[in-house]
Design a binder for this molecule. Structure first.
Ligand code: FPP
Ligand code: MG
Length: 327
């Protein structure tokens, strides 16, 4: 089993520098806002996006890293992610996030909305003050995709018949894969031009674009795995099992079953346990896994254009981790 700790090893020092940069930029003061911000910062997840930034920066600088620009990129992607989940939990009326009360459960939805807005406002402020406009424009550009994906998903709630595989891919590309895409390309852009490794400029196009494709494919696999784990009582996600079904969200395991011509009863009036069994018994999880593996293969293929290095190995292991993860 590949561990995240092993994957982090080549960029441990850079991740430490990023953490202290993030805490300095998002210093939480006194009062309600400070308390809420502290809760949001201390309930962060695995840090896959900042890790992606640092490994991509290492890959494109022969290990010299992206310095302060990489810390900035990692902070922006991580905090856009944090804000989007705070808003997502309001939309989904979710009480738990990563085994802890969601911000809306602890402080009510109207305050959670403002906390998410505040974090995004700080993201913009930090980005603009940094003067690193190329990086900030590139990363913050993904925010519109997140909103589009989230709204598109909402249009299909409780409508299993109208969500095709293609629509589902479009939704997850926007709501999840775009942010992993800019994490990888933002990492590739972080080293100063003179530091950018020539060896990373393999034939076949711009390195930032290629890393975007890598991060996007990894992000597609990441969200498919998230949607698979939602069906499994053995998952350790810190969220309730079958949340998606309860919310009427149609994801790949269910779509795969419908593609086999199996009749699915109405989501709103059928017990989630019945729907869960239907999907599992008809191979929906295995079929979704096959699709996920296809995206991971695509990501690994992109990496194979790079010369061997510990960064390339760590990124390949990150692909394996995403496919194997249980939380
Ligand atoms: C989690 O998906 C949600 C997202 C990946 C995107 C959420 C985006 C918004 C709420 C739009 C607002 C955007 C910004 C930039 C603030 P999920 O519900 O499938 O995952 P979960 O099971 O972890 O909740
Ligand atoms: Mg959600």
């Amino acid at each position: 089993m590949v561990t995240l700790d092993a994957i982090r090893r080549p960029v441990a020092a850079e991740l430490e520098a990023y953490e202290s940069f993030l805490h300095k930029q998002f210093a939480a003061g006194d009062g309600l806002l400070g308390e809420m911000l502290r809760h949001a910062l201390s309930s962060r997840g695995k840090g896959v996006r900042p890790l992606l930034v640092m490994l991509a920066a290492g890959l494109h600088s022969d290990g010299r890293g992206g310095g302060i620009r990489a810390s900035l990129a990692a902070t922006l992607v991580e905090m856009i992610h944090v804000a989007s989940l705070i808003h997502d939990d309001v939309i989904d009326e979710a009480d738990m996030r990563r085994g802890r009360p969601s911000v809306n459960a602890r402080w009510q939805s109207h305050k959670a909305v403002v906390l998410g807005d505040y974090i995004l406002a700080r993201v913009m402020d930090i980005g603009l003050r940094s003067g690193q406009y190329d990086l900030v424009t590139h990363i913050c550009g993904s925010m519109t995709s997140l909103c589009e994906g989230e709204l598109m998903q909402d249009e299909y709630v409780h409508l299993p018949g109208s969500v095709t595989r293609e629509k589902y891919f479009e939704i997850i590309r926007k709501k999840t894969a775009s942010l992993l895409g800019v994490s990888a390309s933002g990492g590739a852009m972080s080293p100063a031009p003179a530091m950018r490794s020539l060896s990373a400029n393999t034939p076949g196009g711009d390195s930032a674009e290629r890393m975007y494709q890598f991060g996007e494919a990894l992000g597609m696999a990441f969200q498919i795995q998230d949607d698979i784990l939602d069906y499994l009582p053995t998952a350790d996600t810190g969220k309730e099992c079958c949340n998606d079904l309860r919310e009427g969200k149609v994801t790949l395991p269910l779509i795969a079953v419908m593609e086999r011509g199996i009749d699915v009863p109405p989501l709103a009036t059928t017990p989630v346990e019945t729907l869960q069994r239907l999907v599992i018994d008809n191979g929906g999880i295995d079929m979704a896994r096959t699709t996920m593996q296809g995206y991971l293969q695509k990501a690994l293929h992109i990496l194979s254009a790079y010369p061997p290095s510990e960064y390339r190995d760590a990124l390949a292991n990150l692909c394996i981790f995403v496919g194997e993860r249980n939380k």
